[in-house]
Ligand binder design. Structure first.
Ligand code: GUN
Length: 287
């Protein structure tokens, strides 16, 4: 049996069309067009690609975006000044600081400086707290994209055992929180670098979510035949992009799997578009 391929590109396209329709309606009703400000510090090649893809997606969805490029040696103060200016600019609805930042910068202080109402990445502690309490303002883009992939593919989570591999602030931790929340109702295990036998835990999983950033970390024989596998990894291996799961070994015997590329990646961007629309709504009072 070959697994169902979960087509993130197609599901993301559907989300984008919905954002586009809602942005048109918003413009007609309020005269406001959602506007995302993205900040890119330095010239990390992967970050440049990600930011370009986010700009392209905004344009396709009819959202405005502005890219603020800063040199790799930008000071903490200069970056915080730019964020303060964007925070107080009523024409900017969403602010995204592309990570990773150059090492001399204090990432936590920078992310805390983004006003929570414009925090479309949902990285600010206020938004993390609201999400954990089950009353989200914005959902973090990659975990929200995974939840949407599951629901759009008709894959239930309630009562199922989800194993999340990775405990990053951006993916692993919020992913576990979303799977656990009321309505999603999964039983969640989170594995990390100090977990003794990740293979044994994966073998018990109905849903495996791999977010470790190590190519082919999850072996085919770690997966139950009826498992659903969501691969968040995007790793460069030679001239190929591969995920955290050994796709070729897994695809033959699991129930469903996301490809890399074309799985979670497009969904992260689609959720950013939704959050930008939400941010614009939060900041707009009907005339
Ligand atoms: N770098 C890797 N993933 C992300 C993300 O989701 N948001 C931002 N801003 N930077 C990232």
């Amino acid at each position: 049996m070959t697994a169902q391929l979960i087509d993130g590109k197609q599901i993301a396209e559907h989300c984008r069309l919905q954002v586009q329709q809602q942005a048109v309606a918003m413009l007609q009703q309020t005269g406001v067009s959602p506007h995302l400000a993205a900040i890119l510090c330095g010239d990390d090649p992967a970050s440049q690609v990600y930011v370009r893809n986010k700009e392209k997606a905004c344009a396709k969805a009819g959202l405005r975006s502005t890219l603020h490029r800063l040199p790799a040696d930008v000071t903490q103060q200069q970056l915080q000044q730019l964020i303060a200016a964007l925070n107080s600019n009523p024409d900017v609805h969403g602010i995204l600081v592309q990570l990773p930042l150059p090492r001399h910068l204090d990432t936590v202080a920078i992310l805390d400086a983004v006003t929570p109402l414009k925090d479309v990445d949902a990285f600010h502690p206020e938004n993390v707290g609201l999400m954990l309490q089950g009353r989200p303002r914005f959902l973090p883009c990659t975990p929200a994209g995974v939840m949407r992939l599951l629901s759009a593919s008709g894959i239930p989570t309630a009562g199922r055992h989800a194993v999340v591999i990775g405990r990053s602030d951006i993916v692993g931790k919020p992913m576990a929180a979303l799977l656990l929340q009321k309505g999603a109702d999964a039983t969640v295990t989170v594995c990390h670098s100090r977990t003794p036998d990740i293979a044994a835990l994966c073998r018990q999983a109905d849903i495996v979510i791999a977010a470790v950033g190590i190519p082919n970390f999850v072996h085919g024989d770690w997966l139950k035949p009826d498992a659903v596998v969501i691969d968040v990894g995007i790793n460069r291996l030679g001239d190929k992009l591969v995920g955290d799961v050994d796709f070729d070994a897994a695809v033959g015997h699991v129930a469903a799997i996301t490809p890399v590329p074309g799985g979670v990646g497009p969904m992260t961007i689609a959720m950013l578009l939704e959050n930008t629309l939400t941010a614009a709504r939060l900041q707009t009072t009907r005339p």
